[in-house]
Design a protein around this ligand. Sequence first.
Ligand code: ZN
Length: 133
Amino acid sequence: MVEPSPSAPHSIAEFVQGYENARTLRGVRCRTCRALTATWGLACSRCGSRELEEAVLSEEGRIVAGTLVTVPSEEFVNDAPYAYLLVELDEGGRISGWMPGASTEAQIAPGTRVRFRPSYKMGIQFEPRAQGD
Ligand SMILES: [Zn+2]
């Protein structure tokens, strides 16, 4: 018996374009265990199921980790300083992105609230979310 090849609901290129065109954060939800991830894959990282469906992720979350970048790569030379972030989204999924204008550790302390900001620039961009905003 030949096991069928796994198939994904979208290609990696489409997944990346989702950030550039649809202005939403796209992820994948497992139909078996309901785990939600921002990471493209062919099988659930929690239970191994291949029953995956596309999901729209929360646009807000909290910083899990961050690092300040003062010496950027060429594409980001006009954006320094900025922060490279790992963000835990409110409804699940962790995603890496960046936040322009960050220049102090206090601005990127773990737990700080941030919001996805659609942008023409590369990568997934976040901005600080003001208290009570
Ligand atoms: Zn699963």
